[in-house]
Design a protein around this ligand. Structure first.
Ligand code: ATP
Length: 502
């Protein structure tokens, strides 16, 4: 009633002015509902309007202040995104992350199939989802110092995480800083990260391959260490090979080579029929000597210059693996001949060839990087082939290949060793049998295997079907051998035999 009376008491001038009348009505309503004067609300809105500007100002000031603190009170080390150290630091941070992390990056893990869900695992396309803690700045204590690690966000948004070959660790430049005038604590922290990462990989062989753009070496897989005694071939040759590599890696050998102006490099050729353990031996050697394996796939190397760059970027102590080297230039020459019969210009084939199987780099390009002037010293080169006779003699001459190792079909002794490895009482699969009994079974088993006839991979296939019981394996081996020998009348099998004999 009071307000109606007040409205009614408005002056004639106000009644004529609709704007003033509207304001006074709003003022009445506001004061009735919120006890506030509308003119005060206007001030509040005006103040609220200044908040974003004030916030931006505050951010600028804090950034400037942080910049000043960094410049005058922080020592820092920046690690490029593609450097292996970058991974080491990120791995350490992920392992020591706060327990209650709430912000993650989710991505499809292209490396592993889905675990646990059987139905999903049957679908070939199903991959696990990987959740990695999402962070751009991380504060942490290490060795009594406060550190801040910042990630370069520009790199982060460049899509590295959507690259299937990227496992989500590393790739963004990192800046590691700590309070103080000296960078020594930062260096100590980075060193600790590297030691941590090395401890994590000591039971694995890390296999590196070129990234999908062919620009840098990236870890492609890590394989559990494989002991050398799990690769069965001539024991004498194995001993000779291991002692040759041990001798080569001895630091005194490097000095001896250098003092005599000899290039410090060593090359090996593993040859033999398919499935005799050439790749397995390469991985086992890498594990035995604690070396990483750098895989070169010649057909996907675009040019000789790229091949040269790849060899220059491998570390001094590592194994460079060139698999099935015979297949590479054989296909190339076949493609060349085909083009020539088609009346095309064979000269163009060296680098820009449309034939998918043809390498884009040349044999002379490879010969150059293997022992050319700019070639990296200290690495071990392993080439594998099924057809050593088809290799260019320049590729396997001493200096490029210093030792040739034949891996052939399995002997009775190796078959016995394989049996013992499969059914060792330590594995718990033959709980009721002691070692002596398993050895007797191994003798019976080996007696059934014809000497140098089956590839070790074929025999491994047999074991895969009888892993649950050594007794079963022994009782089934006779029939299996008979069946496989009958198959030997197949043309393919004869080819393997012929290759072995040649
Ligand atoms: N000598 C061997 N000792 C133990 N296992 C072997 C041996 N040879 C092959 N195998 C087994 O057979 C499988 C294939 O072996 P691997 O790939 O090393 O042969 P490879 O000679 O490199 O074949 P390819 O020439 O076709 O590449 C592996 O699982 C490996 O464990």
């Amino acid at each position: 009633m009071a307000s109606r009376f007040q409205l009614g008491a408005a002056t004639g001038q106000q009644l004529l002015d609709p704007w003033a009348q509207g304001i006074s009505v709003m003022r009445e309503v506001c004061s009735r509902w919120s006890q506030l004067d509308i003119t005060q609300i206007g001030s509040l809105i005006a103040i609220a309007g200044t908040v974003p500007t004030a916030w931006r100002l505050l951010q600028r000031v804090s950034q400037e202040a942080y910049g000043c603190v960094r410049r005058f009170f922080l020592a820092s080390v920046t690690i490029p995104g593609d450097d292996p150290l970058n991974r080491n630091v990120v791995q350490w941070i992920l392992a020591n992350r706060p327990r209650h992390c709430r912000s993650f990056t989710g991505r499809t893990d292209m490396g592993r199939a889905a675990h646990g869900d059987r139905a999903a695992a049957l679908k070939k396309s199903q991959h696990a989802i990987q959740y990695l803690p999402h962070w751009s700045t991380r504060w942490l204590w290490y060795g009594g110092c406060l550190f801040v690690v910042t990630r370069n966000r520009a790199d982060f948004s460049r899509g590295a995480l959507s690259d299937p070959s990227n496992d989500g660790i590393g790739n963004e430049a990192l800046t590691v800083s700590c309070f103080g005038w000296s960078a020594e604590p930062v260096k100590a922290f980075i060193h600790a990260c590297r030691e941590y990462a090395e401890r994590q990989t000591q039971f694995f062989v890390i296999i590196y391959a070129r990234d999908r753009y062919g620009l840098a070496w990236k870890p492609k897989a890590r394989k559990p260490l494989r002991r050398l005694d799990t690769v069965h071939f001539d024991e004498g040759v194995k001993r000779e090979l291991v002692s040759d590599i041990r001798n080569y890696l001895d630091p005194r050998t490097q000095k001896r080579y250098q003092s005599r102006s000899m290039p410090y490099r060593r090359g090996y050729l593993f040859y033999g029929p398919p499935g005799t353990g050439k790749s397995s031996l390469s991985v086992a050697i890498a594990g035995e000597f604690g070396l990483d394996l750098y895989e070169v796939k010649i057909p996907s190397v675009a040019t000789d210059a790229e091949l040269e760059q790849m060899f220059q970027e491998v570390p001094p102590r590592c194994i460079v693996l060139l698999e099935d080297i015979d297949a590479v230039w054989k296909d190339w020459s076949a493609g060349e001949k085909k083009n020539q019969t088609n009346g095309q210009d064979g000269q163009n084939n060296n680098n820009n060839n449309n034939n998918n199987s043809a390498p884009n780099c040349t044999l002379s390009g490879l010969l150059n990087v293997l022992d050319g002037v700019g070639s990296q010293e200290g690495r071990i080169l392993i080439m594998t082939t099924n057809r050593p006779k088809q290799l260019d003699s320049a590729l396997v001459r001493p200096g490029r290949v210093d030792m040739k190792v034949f891996l052939g079909n399995i002997s009775q002794k190796s078959a016995r060793d394989m049996f013992l490895r499969m059914f060792s009482p330590d594995l718990g699969c033959s709980a009721d049998l002691d070692m002596e009994e398993v050895e007797k079974l191994a003798d019976r088993f080996a007696a059934e295997i014809p000497e140098d006839t089956f590839t070790p991979s074929l025999l491994q296939g047999f074991f895969q079907l009888h892993l649950e019981s050594p007794l079963n394996a022994v009782s089934s081996i006779g029939a299996w051998v008979k069946k496989e020998l009958e198959k030997s009348s197949d043309k393919d099998f004869e080819l393997i035999h012929d290759r072995k004999r040649s």
